[in-house]
Ligand binder design. Structure first.
Ligand code: ADP
Ligand code: MG
Length: 339
């Protein structure tokens, strides 16, 4: 049974950056305004995320890694919905099947923090050698620290499929970077454990109160930031809200940057990417590529439920119309700018 669960978990959590994405969404879901990430060996040795969110109630700790049960979404029909970040109660369960997972958490109401450890979906003793699996009291700030160690230690074939630690770290940085742009205003940092505890040595360190454009500038540079225009639009048919920062005709990216969020989840959306590539293909000098950060809010029931929600590629109804609308609004905006 464990083997089956492990294989299933490996389908959901395919690499460290997938795991981290789920953990970041949980922290955002918990209302965190600061999120601190520490990584060792591309996340394979250590993936630690500390937030100042709501914390987890002590009574909820025993079931934290049970599949489906912890999800805030109770009704079955809501499984088709990506309206909130939390949608299936599968992430922590899956991680506990393929890594060593521990949690230290404190709600505002508690006087101390509680620490718990997990393996294969169930709570296990925090101290090895102990037979008592209950959470143990400890010192801690309001919020949650989640520690994922030795990811894929029990699924060697998954480990083999990965590339170098530096490649995995680059993917992690890309995920953190994307979320820091989309959730500008909160303080997010990401560092290698070896770089020391100071924020100054972090690879990503965004300020509380910064804007999306500030954070784009921080990561991609002022030269990129200067070339961007803001596109916002709303439509009732097809039902969508569009918010974007996109490069104009003078932009000369050596490679394309596409950051897509749909209902606040970082996703891949090939039709959208292809349409934007085609749009910019007629606009940009040969061999140069655009920068696009695009956020779409759509009716959550319109999201294709056949695409597994933890897979990054997302499909949705009215895709063609929405993609077309995005390109139209972008064209309008760039035309205005060119006048
Ligand atoms: P889901 O997010 O789909 O509910 P997860 O496995 O990702 O499932 O998380 C399970 C539950 O654990 C969440 O619903 C939430 O109640 C709780 N949780 C996880 N991470 C945090 C966190 N950082 N802060 C507060 N609660 C958390
Ligand atoms: Mg979650």
């Amino acid at each position: 049974q464990h083997v089956v669960n492990r294989i299933a978990a490996g389908e959901i959590i395919q690499r460290p950056s997938n795991a981290l994405k789920e953990l970041i969404e949980n922290s955002l879901d918990a209302g965190a305004t600061t999120i601190r990430i520490t990584v060792k060996e591309g996340g394979l040795k250590l993936l630690q995320i500390q937030d100042n969110g709501s914390g987890i109630r002590k009574d909820d700790l025993p079931i934290l890694c049970e599949r489906f049960t912890t999800s805030k979404i109770k009704a079955f029909e809501d499984l088709s919905s990506l309206g909130t970040y939390g949608f299936r109660g599968e992430a922590l369960a899956s991680i506990s099947h393929v890594a060593h997972l521990s949690v230290t958490t404190k709600t505002r109401e508690e006087t101390c923090a509680w620490k718990a450890a997990y393996s294969d979906g169930v709570m296990i003793p925090v101290k090895s050698g102990s037979s008592d699996a209950s959470p143990i009291p400890c010192a801690g700030n309001d919020g949650t620290v989640l520690v994922v160690e030795d990811l894929f230690f029990n699924t060697p074939q998954r480990l083999k499929a990965l590339r170098s630690a530096s490649d995995e770290y680059a993917r992690i940085v890309q995920v953190v970077l994307s979320y820091s742009i989309h959730n500008a205003g909160i303080g997010m940092s990401c560092r290698k454990a070896s770089s020391g505890p100071s924020n100054a040595t972090a690879d990503i360190n965004t300020s509380v109160g910064a804007s999306a454009l500030d954070n784009i500038g921080l990561h991609y540079g002022d030269a990129v930031k200067r070339e961007l225009v803001e596109v916002t639009a709303e439509s009732s048919d097809p039902n969508v809200r569009i918010k974007a920062w996109c490069s104009g005709a003078n932009y000369q990216g050596k490679k394309g940057t596409y950051l897509f969020f749909i209902n606040n989840r970082l996703v891949d959306c090939s039709p959208l990417k292809r349409a934007l590539e085609a749009f910019y293909g007629t606009l940009l000098a040969k061999g140069t590529h655009p920068f696009v950060y695009l956020s779409l809010d759509i009716d959550p029931t319109k999201i294709d439920v056949n695409v597994h929600p933890t897979k990054k590629e997302v499909g949705f109804e009215d895709e063609e119309e929405i993609v077309q609308l995005v390109c139209e609004k972008l064209a309008e905006k760039l035309a205005e700018q060119g006048e």
